[in-house]
Write a protein that binds this ligand. Structure first.
Ligand code: GA4
Length: 336
């Protein structure tokens, strides 16, 4: 953690203020995918140090992104009864305030889609969402290939093949966080009253989506120009990630932490509601086929080093995930 005055103005570092002490800053790498020779090393360092980075020159069409975002806003602007007609999240479909099956709550409404419930009605939303997921999946494959090159492991597709597999278990999530002004003197929060934005939480920010790690391999997130995302550093400090609607934010997820035998860190993150603006995010979670066996890669275990995790299938890990609460440490159940 450094002071702002220590930070040279390097455009390839994202300056993230600490939540507890806003005069302290952390520099998160911004990876320029137009320079793959540098990117492969920078990605490995970012995955080790933060489990998180931002990518620019990613090749995903900005027009496609903005068209899909418009559709998402249209959906979230529909009346509550219209939205409620969309299958409840069990676990896939439309949901509001309830996250997962075990009592977690947040101030968020969402549409959760996966390979198995992807809309195929030929409507504008379904075709744009399909195209978007395909573009972002390709971006995920390129990033996983750069990771393998940076880690000097073979073959180059040792990680990316799990996302390009026809049976890859993909989840796509659209989140809408309504604005939430925190006023000391107001009672609240009242999660059902989105028209009264003047809610407070004893001076603390309202949690949109509580802290957790993502269970899959890699997460690729994009949001409109509204703040809210925070990540937890290795020393436990929380930092705010500045919004950037033209870039993608990449998380290392639990399975990558296992496959690298703990060398990469699955990043703990959360979203707090912005006081004035709606936040809309579109998130791709890249998971392997359900029957894929996951364990530390032999090529990444140094002589004398022990494998830290038992082998499991993604199906086993995913089933276990849905029995846990959002903030639980699911990986500890598979630790040796
Ligand atoms: C976190 C990552 C993805 O959003 C998600 C989430 C899932 C859900 O919302 O249904 C989970 C959460 C996520 C991890 C723990 C369980 C399952 C909610 C929850 C409490 C779709 C996923 O795959 O895991």
């Amino acid at each position: 953690m450094v002071m702002l005055s220590d930070i040279e103005s390097n455009p390839l570092l994202e300056i993230c203020p600490s939540i507890s002490n806003k005069t302290k800053y952390t520099r998160i790498p911004i990876i320029d995918l137009a320079c793959p020779q540098d990117a492969k090393h920078l990605i490995v360092n970012a995955c080790q140090d933060y489990g998180f980075f931002k990518v620019i020159n990613h090749g995903v069409s900005p027009l496609l992104v903005s068209k899909l975002e418009k559709e998402a806003i249209f959906f979230f602007n529909m009346s509550q009864s219209e939205k409620d007609q969309h299958v409840p999240p069990n676990p896939l479909g439309y949901g509001k305030n309830k996250i997962g099956p075990n009592g977690d709550e947040g101030r968020v409404e969402y549409l959760l889609l996966s390979s198995s419930n992807f809309p195929t009605n030929g409507g504008v939303f379904s075709s744009l969402a399909k195209e978007y997921v395909e573009e972002v999946r390709k971006l995920g494959c390129s990033i996983l290939e750069l990771m393998a090159e940076g880690l000097e492991i073979e073959p180059k597709n040792v990680l990316s093949r799990m996302l390009s597999d026809d049976n890859a278990d993909t989840v796509f999530r659209l989140n809408h966080y309504p604005p939430c002004v925190n006023l000391e003197s107001e009672p609240g929060p009242n999660p059902d009253s989105y028209t009264n934005h003047r809610t407070m939480n004893r001076g603390r920010p309202t949690i949109g989506f509580g802290e957790h790690t993502d269970p899959q391999l890699i997460t690729i997130a994009r949001s409109n120009a509204t703040s809210g995302l925070q990540i937890c550093l290795a020393d436990g400090t929380w930092v705010a990630v500045p919004h950037d609607d033209s870039s993608f934010f990449i998380n290392v997820d639990d399975l990558l932490q296992v496959m690298t035998n703990g060398r990469f860190r699955s990043v703990k993150h959360r979203v707090v509601a912005d006081s004035l603006k709606s936040r809309v995010s579109m998130i791709y979670f890249g998971g392997p086929p359900l029957m894929e066996k996951i364990s530390p890669l032999d090529s990444l275990i140094e002589p004398g080093e022990e494998s830290m995790y038992h082998e499991f299938t993604w199906f086993e890990y995913k089933s276990c995930t849905y029995k846990t609460r959002l903030a639980d440490n699911r990986l500890s159940l598979f630790h040796k």
